[in-house]
Design a protein around this ligand. Sequence first.
Ligand code: GTP
Ligand code: MN
Ligand code: MN
Length: 606
Amino acid sequence: MTTTTATSAPTTHTGLVTWVDEVAALTEPDTVVWCDGSDEEWDRLTSELVDAGTFVRLDEDKKPNSFLCQSDPTDVARVEDRTFIASARKEDAGPTNNWVDPAELKATMTELYRGSMRGRTMYVIPFVMGHLEATVPMFGVEVTDSAYVVTNMRIMARIGTPVLRKMEELDASFVKGLHSVGAPLAEGQQDVAWPCSDTKYIAHFPETREIWSYGSGYGGNALLGKKCYALRIASAMARDEGWLAEHMLILKLTSPEGRTHYIAGAFPSQCGKTNLAMIEPTLEGWSAEMVGDDIAWMRFGPDGRLYAVNPEFGLFGVAPGTGMHTNPQAIRTIEKGNSIFTNVALTDDGDVWWEGLTETPPAHLTDWKGRDWTPESSEPSSHPNSRFTTPAKQTPMIAPEYDNPDGVPIDAILFGGRRKTTVPLVYESRDWGHGVFVGATLSSETTAAATGAVGVVRRDPMAMLPFIGYHAGDYMAHWLEVGKQADASKLPRIFQVNWFRRAEDGSFLWPGYGDNSRVLTWVVQRLEGTAGAVDTPVGLVPEQGALDTTGLDLDEDQLAAALRVDTEEWKAELPLIEEWFAKIGDKLPTQLADELATLKERIEQA
Ligand code: GTP
Ligand code: MN
Ligand code: MN
């Protein structure tokens, strides 16, 4: 950690120094700190955050080197309505993104940033998404006035001196991420535990690869390496350079015979990526290892196959619902400590708790708003979008391939959402084009991961709706183009899954979690040509008996209901897909319009 006045930077990277000086001149922080990513820096910052009342240090025996943080109750999730893709031309942002002219937005935000770091420290965090040893390392620098952001970034990305040295060696270009909580302190003014502003902007400038974030200190709004860089900016880079930046988990699955397959899965926020990435298969002999739980960058390798890397270094996982019975791997990961918990409850003995962690709640807690909580309380103890930030490498089931800068060859891609009806537990698409159609029309009920109504069905193409850094129609076309870069036999096969279909009484038809391994097994057996399927109007569904349900308490009717392709339900779905495609407008690829016509025909004939 080097503290400087703006002009004495510990680097020879002149482009970086110039930019940092500009930002400091605009935002007027008291001091500038260059982050080295060391343990000493972590210790100093976490202690400062404890002293400031932002962090509570958890009991050292229960959660070593770990901290609890409660945000302002108004700053708890991604703010999609305040997220902007400020491309030079409006048509490049498309109908699914908020757009403002970049010059106009920069003018507005420059005035917000003017003096916005007064009374605060400005931290400079050099980071790399993906591996430092990658053929082309993907650098970024986040400048922020939030120590909470620095500590989280240290878990979520490779940061600090090694990154800076490599940037200097390569005189590398980097994504500029400017972040301010937008709460300057006047002379002598007492700070609050979670500074933020009512005015929020999460702005992206895709052509110049810049991110300007203002007013929020939370998650995807503030940890700029994650959604802002690795998805929104990276998706625009990927379009220009012929690769894919996706909201996907990466899983390694090994069969009882010892054969290995790599599966990527795109599900919208809070729809089960982290859970599937950490699955403990309930089927005898199968084993799973995690490569990534949220983001996959995929490029073709020299052998013509699509390789995926996890650009992240940590997990920013949904806390509620995470327990020994649902995701034991996550529990073992956080028990090792070195983690930050945001917006969960504090136990009387200095540990954390949230709904679903244990079956029986503790008799007394301090809830995420700092109030006394008992099992009789009317509100949950933890915010539904409360999170744990924890090092990926602490996951007992992390795959050694996680450290391979070239990534892993993907055999299958799953698209999944949260649908009470209509979408079967699993089906396979007929080919890449049909699979892209399945992904492009993916739908899900909204969750607490973003502000706004919960439980509304919306289209979420490839689970990327809030993260596509350009026109959604161009994004769909890009997927189709990518499929033309390789021999069809080498492309991943594409499936759709739905763990969330319900019975009439509202209960889930499928047990989910570890039992999703039964679906993964069918997927792998499809790849190996050993599992049967029936052709339905929507795609290939497991034939009777093809899904291994040994040992499951699941009657035939329930399984049939989970797998059913119901003509009436699909007839009701068609106008929703048409409406979605109409929204995409004339950038909708003809091939996808043709796929829709085919689906319609097949449903009408069923
Ligand atoms: P982000 O990190 O926001 O992108 O979300 P995610 O896709 O990683 O979601 P996550 O795995 O954290 O799951 C979110 C919620 O879905 C949790 O409440 C889980 O308990 C629930 N969930 C995950 N898998 C299953 C499943 O197989 N069945 C059911 N019923 N619920 C599940
Ligand atoms: Mn996510
Ligand atoms: Mn997740």
